[in-house]
Design a protein around this ligand. Structure first.
Ligand SMILES: NC(=O)c1ccc[n+]([C@@H]2O[C@H](COP(=O)([O-])OP(=O)(O)OC[C@H]3O[C@@H](n4cnc5c(N)ncnc54)[C@H](O)[C@@H]3O)[C@@H](O)[C@H]2O)c1
Ligand SMILES: C[N+](C)(C)CCCC=O
Length: 496
């Protein structure tokens, strides 16, 4: 594989079914797939139609028969081997991710590390999944069995293509399910590596299938009668549609949706950590992160010092060729999204916000990057809670700074949003830290750090940010069902 920016192209099929790459049987519509760093088309995607979706589901259904009958320890060994293979191919997969997503290679490697760790974690849990034994009167008893659901569908967003696939596949497979996964049509490539790795690791052919396309393909998947569960990562409006479709088939759903999370900086914080935290909360993956803490509330006493330091550090972020080792911010996903982010900044200025740094389009000196989707990371001051930039998810490198005076006030303002994905607090006062996170209406809260991803911790939202959890033991609940068995040891006492 060629690894220099501007050289990669792909001709192989992007669907994966029954243990091999295939062209979709009814792939009518095509979509261009881009390298955001250069704006080049690197491959064409054939969208899967209803027949291809059905074949993928049937392939998963067949594999489910074998996989679900294996013991937890047998599944554990396959997942452990898959984790090992991902780790071994870390650079290759990270490079693909960078080429297709635009994030820096530095970050993509971390994403791949989190991915294999996720498989390792659920491999460990696979062997210990168990029910309960409950004693009943007269020597009778009951027990529960934790059983898989069947064919699970995963639908992913484009910001963490490989990692999202792993966060869904690992718990699903650990519980004995099979999966059909549809990545975003913007980032269809890296997940094929995962599909190949599962087979190489010894999973039955058909255990993890990939179909490609956008809304239409997603709808075929959600409506398919043999699909038992849908796990979705994406925007709130699409999440609503997914839930409607799932309701029609009484299918359980996990919804990992968007956010506009608060990050609260108290004056008694370690300033250096708080500044680092604010950068982590806003600028990973060009700001295209669901749980970003984009509303940065700063206690007025330290507003100037904090703002100065954040601006200074933001201006130093090296934007450019994402495959260069020292780049820390690459290109946004595509031209329309870059323009959307630019419109948010324009509107913020019109509504009275002050651009403290960045916000403009960026054209790197290297001529091969001149059509890439770059911008300078932006810090907005003079923000108010009613501004669009403070209320809506921008999904780009734009931080809004908001002063506050009291703990009570900031909690109320932090919670005054339809979203509830994440939140963070920086303070040296441990009681205050716990008091504040307890009051935050958000599923993932950080104290004195932000946007780190230990796979042992459950991740997911409150309110419009969705429900269900990925990672941690909690995810097992969302990929399995409980069967209760009641065992009579005496005679039947009939009431008739
Ligand atoms: N909470 C999380 O864990 C998390 C993680 C990453 C991204 N996100 C959110 O994802 C959004 C950005 O991702 P996006 O632009 O890819 O979101 P999106 O909702 O446009 O698309 C997400 C996926 O849904 C598919 N899709 C679109 N319409 C569909 C339909 N009608 N039926 C079935 N599938 C359909 C897309 O093809 C894609 O695969 C942001 O809002 C971000 O916050 C959330
Ligand atoms: C790995 N992060 C940074 C916690 C992001 C999780 C997925 C959200 O988009």
């Amino acid at each position: 594989m060629s690894t220099a920016t501007g050289t990669f192209s792909l001709q192989q099929p992007l669907n994966y079914r029954a243990g091999g790459r295939v062209e979709p049987v009814d792939g009518g519509q095509t979509e261009d797939v881009y390298e955001p760093a250069t704006g080049r088309v690197i491959t064409k995607l054939l969208c899967s139609g209803e027949k291809e979706v059905d074949l993928a589901v049937q392939s998963a259904k067949a594999a489910f028969q074998t996989w679900s009958r294996m013991s937890g320890m047998e599944r554990c060994r396959v997942l452990l081997e898959a984790a090992r293979l991902i780790r071994e191919r870390r650079d290759e997969i990270a490079t693909l991710e960078t080429i297709n997503n635009g994030k820096s290679i530095f970050e993509a490697r971390v994403d791949i590390d989190i991915s294999w760790q996720c498989l390792e974690y659920y491999a460990g849990l696979a062997g210990s999944l168990a029910g309960e034994h409950i004693q009943l009167p007269g020597g009778s008893f009951g027990y529960t069995r934790r059983e898989p659901l069947g064919v699970c569908v995963g639908i992913g967003a484009w910001n963490y293509p490989f990692q999202i696939a792993c966060w869904k596949a690992a718990p699903a497979l650990a519980c004995g399910n099979a999966m059909v996964f549809k990545p975003s049509p913007f980032t269809p490539i890296s997940v094929l590596k995962l599909a190949e790795i599962f087979i190489e690791a010894g999973a039955p052919k058909g255990i993890f299938n990939v179909v490609q396309g956008g809304a239409a393909t997603g709808q075929f998947l959600c409506h398919h009668p043999d699909v038992a569960k849908i796990s979705f990562t994406g925007s709130v409006p699409t999440g609503v549609k997914i839930m409607e479709m799932a309701a029609k088939g009484i299918k359980p759903v996990t919804l990992e949706l968007g956010g506009k999370s608060p990050l609260i900086i108290f004056s008694d914080c370690s300033l250096e950590n708080a500044v680092n935290g604010a950068l982590m909360a806003n600028f990973l993956t060009q700001g295209e992160v669901c749980c970003n803490g984009t509303r940065v509330f700063v206690e007025r006493k330290i507003l100037d010092t904090f703002t100065k330091e954040v601006v200074k550090r933001t201006q130093k972020i090296k934007v450019g060729d994402p495959l260069q080792e020292d780049t820390r911010m690459g290109a946004l996903i595509n031209r329309p999204h870059l323009e959307r982010v630019q419109r948010f900044i324009k509107q913020a200025k019109e509504q009275g916000a002050q651009v403290l740094c960045g916000g403009d389009l960026y054209v790197p000196d290297d001529p091969k990057l001149k059509n890439g989707f770059y911008m300078q990371p932006c810090v907005l001051g003079n923000c108010r809670d009613d501004m669009t930039c403070v209320q809506e998810e921008i999904f780009g490198p734009v931080m809004s700074i908001l002063p506050f005076d009291t703990e009570e006030e900031v909690i109320e303002r932090a919670n005054n949003t339809k979203f509830g994905l994440a939140g963070g607090v920086f303070t040296r006062d441990i009681q205050k830290a716990h008091r504040v996170v307890a009051a935050l209406k958000a599923g993932m809260c950080f104290i004195n750090n932000y946007n780190i991803s230990p796979v042992e911790l459950p991740f997911g939202g409150y309110k419009s940010s969705g429900f269900g959890r990925e990672n941690g033991r909690a995810a097992i609940e969302y990929y399995s069902q409980l069967k209760t068995v009641c065992v009579e040891m005496g005679d039947v006492e009939s009431v008739f």
